[in-house]
Design a protein around this ligand. Structure first.
Ligand code: ADP
Ligand code: GN1
Ligand code: MG
Length: 359
């Protein structure tokens, strides 16, 4: 084991595991936190995460949200179901600080996996059901007790202000490389206000939403064709259901990877869109207001537009937010999101018809 991993097992031992930690390995493909799989001396797994403190400024509030939400879900789950639990620090508390870093532990979910490749239609349907069911499980959660872990997370108007600020500052000196992309985003500025206005004037109800319904944030049992549980609860906040539907489409209904360089491989898939819609709406659909039904399909455009804008902003700021693994990584991600939005713009009417059919 490397020295780094030895330190991680030392930290793991401060949590209430059943036996001492034997091994630690880096785990998963998240863009935000540092995730490790811990094995204890009995061979049992746990997840240890170093919380990204640059992104989540108030860890105490973040963990209050997560403890509240996981305990609420546990009460609503069926007996025998696997769900996420916060494993407390042995000395008490839901997280600890170690040499300036913040750590937390979860039980390891054995029954499902993150899908990191391109999903099949069945996997998209299952993923849609998983996130739709998450809505149901959180029904009645006292929304007023939730902290905004990332203020204005899906306020696309503010996201556009951030892009403009990044353009003006050009901190990494990359603006001249991305003139075309910047122009493309500015041309579509009209998208930014749609959900924000709907929430402000009450046409769109404010709900408790996950806000990061990326395909790898729902663990799927491939053999049984079922979503085991939704994970990555850092961004559970008040929001619109457009966000949870839209981000599922953004991340899943793509024939290529989020960071694919060859844009001929990146296409919006109607088949995958239809499958996710069927799954999501079958679980969450009974609770949809008319305005939500009308805007659900557009939500997929909005979330894809917004996410690409965030990648572009991060590129201009010098890659300070999302984890990057190569030169130009955030720019490649920006371009896939632009391609998907362009595809969806051509097909919005059909997408709306699909939503109507299932809702
Ligand atoms: P990030 O915010 O960085 O995306 P996540 O909480 O999504 O962090 O964790 C990263 C990855 O680790 C997930 O996509 C998933 O594959 C895996 N993972 C996280 N928590 C668990 C868990 N409790 N059991 C099994 N795998 C997990
Ligand atoms: C991040 O944490 P992860 O990898 O599940 C990001 C999402 C983006 C996504 C793009 C807290 O999700 O908002 O849509 O990357 N999460 C946060 O892949 O910013
Ligand atoms: Mg994640």
């Amino acid at each position: 084991m490397s020295e780094d991993m030895r330190v991680i097992t030392t930290i793991a031992d401060m949590f209430g595991m059943e036996a001492p930690a034997k091994e630690a390995v880096r785990y998963g493909c998240g863009h935000i936190n540092d995730t490790y799989r811990i094995t204890d001396e009995n061979g049992k797994y746990y997840i240890l995460q170093k919380i990204n403190h640059n992104v989540f400024r108030n860890v105490a509030q973040l963990m209050k949200n997560i403890v509240g939400v996981t305990e609420y879900i546990a009460r609503g789950e069926e007996p025998g179901a696997e769900y996420l639990r916060v494993i407390p620090v042995a000395e008490g508390g839901s997280y600890l600080e170690y040499e300036g870093g913040y750590y937390r532990m979860y039980n390891f979910i054995y029954g499902g996996v993150s899908i990191e490749t391109r999903p099949t239609a069945e996997e998209m349907r299952v993923s849609g059901r998983g996130f739709g069911r998450f809505q149901q499980l959180l029904d009645g959660y006292p929304a007023e007790t939730l902290f905004d872990t990332i203020p204005d997370f899906h306020d696309t108007v503010k996201r556009m202000e951030n892009l403009r600020a990044a353009i003006a500052a050009d901190r990494a000196g990359r603006l001249r490389e991305v003139k075309k992309e910047v122009e493309w985003y500015l041309e579509r500025e009209k998208y930014c206000g749609v959900a924000v206005r709907g929430l402000a004037d009450g046409r769109l109800p404010l709900r408790v939403t996950h806000n990061d319904t990326k395909l790898n944030n729902v663990l799927i049992d491939r053999a049984r064709g079922e979503a085991v549980t939704v994970i990555d609860l850092d961004t559970v906040m008040k929001g619109s259901i457009l966000y949870d539907f839209g981000d599922g489409i953004r991340s899943g209904a793509n024939t290529g990877a989020e960071d694919e360089k060859d844009l001929t491989k990146v296409n919006f898939s109607r088949e995958l869109f239809d499958a996710y819609t069927e799954g999501f709406v079958s679980e969450a659909g009974g609770r949809l207001a008319d305005a939500e039904k009308e805007l659900l399909a557009f939500g997929a455009i909005l979330m894809t537009y917004e996410c690409g804008m965030r990648f572009l902003t991060d590129y201009l700021e010098g890659d300070v937010y999302f984890k990057v693994h190569r030169e130009g990584h955030n720019l490649d991600r920006t371009r896939t999101q632009m391609k998907l939005v362009s595809d969806m713009e051509q097909q919005l009417k059909d997408m709306e018809a699909t939503v109507k059919r299932y809702a």
